[in-house]
Design a protein. Sequence first.
Length: 368
Amino acid sequence: MSDNIKGIPLIPNGTEEHLNNRQLEDYKHHRREWLTWCLTQGKEPETGTGYSQSTMDVRHYRANSFYEWVWDERGYTTNLTHEDADEYIREVALSEYASSTKAHIQKAVKSIYWWREHKFDEQEWEPDLNFTGNSGGASDRDYLSKDERQRLREASLEYGSIPNYNSCSRVERDRYKGHLARRFDVPKDDIGLEHWERANGWKIPSLVSVSLDTGLRPVEVQRATADWADLDAGVLRISAEDASKGDTAWAPVLSERTVEILRRWLEQRKAIPMYDDTDALWLTTKANRYGSRSLSYLIDQLCDVAGIDTTNRQVTWYSIRRGLATGLIDEADLSTAKEQLRHKNIETTVRYDQSPPERRRDALDKLG
């Protein structure tokens, strides 16, 4: 059996010095499984999209360095914990690496836990620290502007939609059945009108609209349940234990438009079999709860539909939250943004203020 995969070594030079022969063979097997997964489905498991060889040519070394660090701390193991990752990232944060390098190191570590989540059904790792790849954390490149937020909302209405069933010719209908069979992972002969309606459904518009209104973090999207929605009051009711941070309940308000979209989704959700035995508000087409990676993939797709240029930008699901903060600060005030985003301290909200220089200059001029 080859000691490399697509030219990527299973055991990087120098690593054997940390291990005896049996440990070396065990680690080689472990690395083969991880590398194979990364190259075949690690970028987006739901669509079977892997990372490119050029990406993994560098990332595998950074991941290996993390293992070596763990071994230096507590001896040989392939059973990495979330505490291992948090402590390692804290050390990286204090290092003299450039911000972009720190971000790449963290991506390598995340790929390990993303694989473990899928292979061993482990809980998603939520880092204590996050690097954005620039010198100052959240930047003007990381948030969605008011115009981009609107375009994203509109893109969610277009994303994944197909023509009306009755407007398709027989040939077109057959082609779309093949598309839906692949999309929903069911036999083509089983595709019916309900799949057509589901493709044009309200799941993605509701997920996007709720997130645009409330700034849900990825883990909060993952934990969201149908009973969070209080449509009569026009709010989400999130318990303290379900909120990502803090120890208090949260009731962010929803716009009237979002309430109507969410109402449509909750009604449609009742008719979808995969939701029969779960209280999850949103599930992927594979019946999994959304996580950071599936949401990152989704926002990439939505940006493509919306025509939002992400060149040299780090647009993630958190960009929605940052854009909301900036928008609320611009349209209302820091206090309003603080309450809607559930910040404990106003200082946290201030860090999200991405108001353009011209607006801040105008404010200063008005102050005299």
